[in-house]
Design a protein around this ligand. Structure first.
Ligand SMILES: Nc1ncnc2c1ncn2[C@@H]1O[C@H](COP(=O)(O)OP(=O)(O)OP(=O)(O)O)[C@@H](O)[C@H]1O
Ligand SMILES: [Mg+2]
Length: 291
């Protein structure tokens, strides 16, 4: 029986399997990337992953309504998510992402047949509460996936690192008796796990999770910064009140793009530029902000 792993991330999700002695990532068959954790409720249809993410980005006027981004962050919440006039149970939204992973895994790949994921080990942030675990287990069940076990995300990262080494046993022997601090910095959380390698196994010594500094937070903070800069430059009091429909989402995406660009060592600045940003006359309607 094949063992599967599922990393349901705030921003991106991925399933993987062990073949022989190595792990194979079941990336999106069309672009070899992880699947964006984005759901688009388009009328009666549900579009998930890459296609949803692309549509969230494209239109000049901003994204059409009906999108759920970062559904993982809703698992601990009381009550439904409100999407374009509908109410959706967070577990149903998450189930859509997991179903999508499952459907994509079932497609044949270059080097392997399609895979049927019925049971999987799933990764979770270190500070996931009992409610969040129960909700995730329930969402997985709705998607047809039984959760074999939960594993903390940094532990999975360390395990993946060890497996990816040319000689895993040698690397394990090298780390024997040592303490390792593993970072998993994602869109939702920064997770840290202190591990000790003992008798060739990974022991978790301590965990720390921080929900305040996930990548999503950076995007939000940058969006506030851009709005403030635009307001100051044009002496406007209420930028948000003047924004064209859909601009909040579009600006957030532009800020994420700029953030990623600025994280490159050789990039000192970048421009966030959006036409028809505000309902106003003259230059103020165009956003042109140097970051
Ligand atoms: N080059 C980069 N520089 C800075 N941030 C980046 C870069 N590339 C991706 N990111 C950010 O990393 C985050 C996505 O990372 P990742 O896919 O590991 O998260 P995730 O697994 O979905 O989230 P989590 O583990 O918190 O649930 C996003 O916020 C994205 O903007
Ligand atoms: Mg992650």
């Amino acid at each position: 029986m094949t063992a599967f792993g599922v990393d349901f991330g705030t921003t991106n999700s991925l399933a993987a399997m062990i073949v022989g002695d190595h792990a194979v990532s079941l990336v999106d068959t069309t672009n070899n990337l992880p699947h964006p954790s984005v759901i688009w409720y388009r009328g009666m249809e549900v579009v998930v992953g890459r296609e949803a993410r692309q549509n969230m980005d494209i239109t000049e006027a901003g994204a059409p309504p009906g999108f759920v981004r970062s559904p993982k962050t809703t698992l601990g919440r009381e009550g439904p998510i409100f999407v374009d006039g509908r109410t959706i149970d967070p577990r149903d939204a998450v189930a859509e992402v997991l179903k999508h992973l499952r459907t994509d895994a079932a497609l044949p790949r270059d080097d392997s047949a399609g895979q049927q994921i019925d049971r999987a080990v799933m990764t979770i942030p270190v500070n996931f509460t009992g409610k969040e675990r129960r909700s995730l287990r329930e969402a997985a069940r709705k998607a047809g996936v039984g959760v074999v076990q939960f594993v903390h995300e940094p532990v999975a990262a360390l395990y993946a690192y060890l497996r990816s080494q040319p000689d895993t046993s040698h690397e394990l022997a090298h780390l024997e008796g040592r303490t390792v601090l593993v970072f998993d910095w994602g869109g939702g959380t920064l997770d840290l796990t202190l591990c000790r390698i003992q008798a060739g196994t990974i022991m978790q010594v301590d965990n720390l999770g921080d929900n305040e500094v996930g990548g999503d937070r950076f995007d939000n903070t940058l969006r506030n910064l851009v709005r403030t800069k635009h307001a100051t430059m044009h002496q406007i009091e209420d930028v948000m009140g003047l924004e064209q429909p859909g601009m909040a989402a579009k600006l957030l995406h532009e800020c994420e793009r700029a953030k990623i660009k600025l994280s490159a060592r050789n990039t000192a600045d970048d421009i966030v530029f959006i036409r028809n940003f505000l309902r106003a006359e003259g230059p103020v309607q165009t956003l042109n902000c140097t970051m």
